[in-house]
Design a protein around this ligand. Structure first.
Ligand code: NAD
Length: 434
């Protein structure tokens, strides 16, 4: 063994795998270098404003008490209240919450919303708990967060393993613990609520619809049709399902899907609605869907397809699988699915990436509409919501695409530059207190 190889092997052993925070910081720093961001503003944006960690007890169905750990990280609020999801997953920790909160700051800024960025959740495998336990866990978590969230301060939304029901429990708990005269006025403490409880028609599909739209806009710019294009999706939850639903409606063909239970493929096509209905009667799992073949987890990303949509967790596309990916376009439905090493390989290979902070921003734009609707005492309808969402996303997409062409940089760096420049402007205008 040569000394160089031996040293490389030694350092590879010592080097811990990059966490999500390492990735978002590298993405931030490369955009900050590109725009020559003022060092003082770089310092401010490199760190989170507040980090809340709560340990709280919950009574289980059998009478035992279990202690849970929850997080809410607030990265930056220069442009408005903190905004971002709550995730229930065993991988939730401070590093993940910090990184995801930071991505939210760039996402809301890029979308031109009056929000900052926050994120949080509970370190938990929700599949191990009953519905009534999850309700008590959610309500007690909301109580523990207390005034660290609020409709004009920090507004959570659904994320992995949380949904409109989770948001309804949070809203109800938050409102019930306010002084009587303030209760109903606080409905917009969370977005992504059910239609009947202040939710927005279409918020359920907003993220996946946005993923589809950004793919469509990309195809238009590159003068290709979506008809008969094949796509694969990792994650068949809220984002993955709705993105697949709209792509299929536009003529594209779903040929493989992966979820937490396994991976399936069918080169002739997988009917999206049939698969969705199948998961409803198969404990939420896609495995053993009729006419599909099982795929080894490690081979999933390397399957033949035109478009790859990661819509599950972060750090999925890495230097291990990036060299073997066959897709020509990656549309990041998930937050942080491609790490910086994986991205360098993809760009080198000429594979286009629609970055997460643009690709999945339909969700937070939908959340903003819901917040406005609640704040103004209005009720918006589906058609109007989808139209406004399309218009807003088209504006963001064009801005990022044009910036990247003009400056000859990749779309992620372009999106970060636009987002950071907007926040920089706010700091320059306001100065630093005192
Ligand atoms: P979800 O809980 O509805 O669905 C998650 C899906 O991922 C499920 O199908 C699950 O089985 C699958 N999954 C979980 N672990 C997996 C693994 N190790 N390998 C493969 N599949 C796995 O969550 P969601 O709301 O659809 O969120 C998915 C991603 O999109 C997350 O990264 C989230 O941060 C991001 N996102 C969500 C929204 C939103 O509005 N829900 C908005 C923007 C971004």
């Amino acid at each position: 063994m040569t000394t160089i190889t031996a040293n490389l092997k030694k350092s590879a052993k010592k080097m811990p795998l990059k966490g999500m925070m390492d990735n978002v910081m590298e993405q931030f720093n490369s955009a900050a270098d590109h725009i020559n961001l003022h060092p003082n503003i770089r310092k401010i944006l490199s760190i989170t404003n507040n980090e809340v960690l709560v340990n709280f007890p919950v009574k289980m169905d059998n009478g035992d008490v279990e202690i849970f750990t929850g997080y809410r990280v607030q990265h930056n609020n220069a442009l408005g209240p903190y905004k971002g999801g709550l995730r229930y997953h065993p991988t939730v920790d401070l590093d993940a919450a910090r990184a995801l909160a930071m991505w939210m700051t760039w996402k809301t800024s890029l979308a031109g919303l009056p929000y900052g960025g926050g994120k949080g959740g509970i370190k938990i495998d929700p599949s191990k708990y009953s519905e009534s336990e999850l309700e008590r866990i959610t309500r007690r978590f909301t109580f523990a967060l207390a005034d660290n969230i609020g409709p004009e301060h920090d507004i959570p939304a659904p994320d992995v393993n949380t949904n409109s029901q989770t948001m309804a429990w949070i809203a109800d708990t938050y409102m019930s613990t306010r002084p009587p005269a303030q209760r109903t006025a606080n409905q917009h403490v969370v977005t992504g609520k059910p239609d009947g409880s202040g939710g927005l028609e279409g918020r359920d599909r907003a993220t996946g619809f946005g993923v589809y739209l950004t793919i469509k806009f990309w195809a238009e710019k590159n003068k290709v049709s979506l008809d008969d294009k094949t796509f694969i999706v990792q994650g068949f939850g809220n984002v993955g399902y709705w993105a697949a639903h709209f792509l299929e409606k536009d003529g594209a063909k779903l040929v493989a899907v992966q979820d937490a239970h396994g991976s399936i493929k069918n080169a002739k096509g997988i009917n999206v609605e049939d698969l969705f209905n199948y998961t409803k009667v198969n404990n939420g799992s896609i495995v053993d869907f009729p006419n599909s073949k099982l795929v080894d987890k490690k081979d999933f990303f390397t399957l033949d397809c035109d478009i790859l949509i990661p819509a599950a967790l972060g750090n999925q596309i890495t230097k291990e699988n990036a060299p073997k990916i066959k897709a020509k376009l990656i549309a990041e439905g998930a937050n942080g699915p491609t790490n910086v090493d994986g991205e360098a390989i993809l760009l080198e290979r000429g594979i286009a990436i629609i970055p997460d902070i643009l690709c999945n921003s339909g969700g937070v734009i939908g959340s903003y509409f819901e917040w406005l609707q609640n704040r103004n005492g209005e009720i918006w309808h589906l058609e109007e919501v989808m139209e406004k969402l399309s218009k807003k996303l088209k504006g963001s997409f064009d801005k990022v695409f044009d910036y990247s062409e003009r400056q000859a940089i990749d779309m992620r760096t372009a999106a970060f530059c636009i987002a950071i420049e907007r926040i920089e402007k706010a700091y320059v205008q306001r100065g630093i207190f005192p």
